[in-house]
Design a protein around this ligand. Structure first.
Ligand code: ZN
Length: 296
């Protein structure tokens, strides 16, 4: 699991609100604002609900009390994500969120690509972190809409479970999560049965750990990641075989002929090990294992 980050996150969220507000007739918007104030208090309106950050969402979810507050059908029809995204001439779609964020891989699993193919087809879904059946008022809240892959969103619905860690939550220490090799036998360099892929959660406090473990369980992350052992084995062998000295040797031969610079050779022979986790599948795993092996 990785964080969703962007330098202009609040501007993207604001555009999201604006697109919805522009679509609503003025009368409807003021009616909705009136309903929101009644439910959440005088200082709340639709804008505030839509722009609520992850910790504010937590409080709003408590106030909404799993849909036990009175909720009128007409209000739901306007706030429901389905209503907006099923319009014949869709004025604003989930793809706009994904494209603005520049995110290419599911943040829940960091395994599957998510993107828009055309107006009708896409490999992403927008998961409602707080499900819209229980929290209809939060159905269009920006930080409640998590771009995710079909597998992860399916697991959430199948398990009918709430997850605890929101990828937008800047208070959660995502940088302290780490994959690690659990070495079982010394021949792990060439035998994938001789190691496991594990999660090191030792830097999290007890609440963070319990929350993250809930996410892991719902998305079956440990099981999924241990299907990628052959990839990790290749990563270990590849990164060790192509040492710095060997890459330099290749650079002496090929820079200026088939490669522009030594960095390009490095990218060619080793997996990318930068921290742009949102761009490539398994990038967090790749980075952490490479770091553990002392390669970055
Ligand atoms: Zn996923």
């Amino acid at each position: 699991m990785i964080a969703i980050k962007h330098t202009n996150l609040s501007a993207i969220a604001q555009n999201h609100y604006q697109a919805i507000a522009n679509y609503l007739p003025n009368k409807k918007l003021s009616k909705i604002n009136g309903t929101v104030s009644k439910v959440f208090g005088e200082s709340y309106d639709l804008e505030k609900i839509i722009l609520a950050n992850p910790s504010e969402l937590k409080q709003l979810a408590v106030a909404e009390n799993k849909g036990k507050v009175i909720f009128s059908e007409s209000y739901y029809s306007y706030l429901s994500g389905d209503y907006f995204y099923s319009q014949p001439n869709q004025f604003y779609r989930g793809s706009a969120i994904i494209e603005s964020l520049g995110i290419r891989v599911c943040p829940y699993c960091n395994r599957n690509f998510i993107y828009n193919l055309n107006k009708k087809r896409a490999t992403y879904q927008l998961d409602h972190f707080y499900p819209q059946t229980d929290f209809p008022f939060l159905a269009l809240s920006f930080y409640n809409l998590i771009p995710s892959c079909v597998t992860c969103n399916g697991l959430l619905q199948k398990n009918d479970r709430e997850i605890k860690v929101n990828p937008y939550d800047s208070d959660f220490p995502f940088d302290k999560l780490r994959f690690e090799l659990k070495i079982l036998k010394p021949d792990f360099y060439y035998k994938q049965d001789s190691f496991d892929i594990a999660f090191d959660l030792s830097q999290l406090n007890a609440t963070q750990k319990a929350d993250f473990e809930t996410n892991m369980e719902v998305f079956s992350l440990a099981l999924h990641y241990n299907t990628h052992k052959s990839y990790v084995l290749k990563l270990i062998q590849q990164n060790i075989t192509y040492s710095k000295a060997y890459i330099q040797e290749l650079a002496n031969h090929f820079v200026g002929t088939i490669f522009e610079n030594a960095q390009e050779i490095k990218g060619f022979v080793n997996e990318n090990i930068d921290t742009n986790f949102h761009l490539r599948p398994l990038s967090k795993l790749t980075h952490d294992i490479a770091k553990e092996l002392g390669l970055v």
